[in-house]
Ligand binder design. Structure first.
Ligand code: SER
Length: 316
């Protein structure tokens, strides 16, 4: 019997991933955990939930024991832009939170752990195009530093203790259910809300800023595919995954196909500096070879779906 704990379940990825895991493994078998923040109603009513502060190991231990957890998706984290406001808190949540999860997983015989890394592990020295899985990683943000550290820790726990931890380096994630908070790629989600409600958006990166991105259904598919993959196939702990790359201007133009009078202005702020250190595209060929990764959405199909879903959400 699989018993799954999802930390950060009220976040951008967590909220949709938890619902998908509940569909797959049964509502009662997926425990949504979040910290203080108000969680989406759907999460609270569809299955068990708990309050966990991942910086407190006893919180994790209590829930792992209570439900006899054997799989953890550890998503709780502070993102890149917010991270710069409080580097110490970011280190504490992102690194010490991960160590608490890894330690608790080891002590309570958890079978498998998922942890998301990010393109933020890369820095200006990394090749801009098709950033390889194994390459120079000198991130400039504290968030990126916590993600590189986390990747090293994951490899350590696997090699030292045999803990089956699996990790994806996600690009910017675009979603309709829960908006991201405090990330530097948030403009790619905000643009939809402003286009639909105000027909006007002031974008915080330059028009030609191009980044790797992924639509939420692919983000969830990748996590579940990796976690369900036969251990024999998994030759790495950390994988690049990618789906599409587009500039902020290309995204605005694609949205304009549905909302012709949408106006987008570009006024870069401090987040421009952050994204300028990240690659334009990522080489995910190892994920494709080893466990069959393949995204379903590209820019036009993602935008079509987002316009429909965000439009419906706003009407409600
Ligand atoms: N999308 C994230 C951010 O902008 C990167 O992982 O912080």
């Amino acid at each position: 019997m699989v018993k799954i704990l999802v930390t950060g379940a009220s976040g951008q990825i967590g909220s949709e991933l938890t619902l998908e895991l509940r569909k797959r493994y049964g509502n009662e078998n997926v425990i949504a955990a979040f910290h203080n923040k108000k969680a989406p109603e759907e999460l609270i009513v569809s299955g068990p939930y708990e309050y966990i502060d991942v910086t407190r190991k006893i919180d994790l231990e209590r829930v792992i024991k209570k439900y006899d957890i054997n799989v953890i998706y550890h998503l709780a984290a502070i993102l890149s832009a917010r991270g710069e406001n409080d580097p110490q808190l970011t280190w504490n949540v992102n690194v010490n939170g991960l160590i608490n999860v890894l330690e608790a997983a080891r002590e309570y015989d958890v079978n498998r752990v998922f942890w998301p890394s990010s393109i933020a592990v890369f820095g200006p020295e990394t090749p801009k195009y098709n950033a390889p899985q194994e390459t120079i990683m000198i991130p400039r943000t504290i968030y990126g530093i916590t993600k590189v550290t986390g990747e090293l820790l994951i490899n350590y726990y696997f090699n030292r203790y045999g803990l089956d931890v699996r990790c994806l380096r996600y690009p910017g994630i675009i979603s309709s259910m829960t908006p991201p908070g405090g990330g530097s790629t948030d403009y790619a989600v905000e643009m939809f809300y402003f286009a639909i409600t105000k027909k006007h958006y002031v974008c915080f990166v330059k028009e030609d800023t191009t980044l790797p991105m992924m639509y939420m259904p692919d983000c969830i598919k990748a996590a579940i595919m990796l976690m369900e993959a036969d251990p024999i196939k998994i030759k790495h702990r950390v994988y690049n995954v990618s789906a599409m790359s587009f500039s902020a201007g290309q995204l605005a133009a694609e949205i304009r196909k549905y909302i012709p009078d949408f106006k987008c202005e570009f006024k870069p702020d401090f987040r421009q500096e952050i994204v300028s250190t990240w690659p334009i595209s990522v080489d995910d060929s190892i994920a494709r070879q080893e466990w069959g990764w393949k995204p379903d959405y590209d820019l036009p199909t993602m935008v079509k779906d987002m316009i429909e879903k965000v439009g419906r959400k706003i009407q409600r």
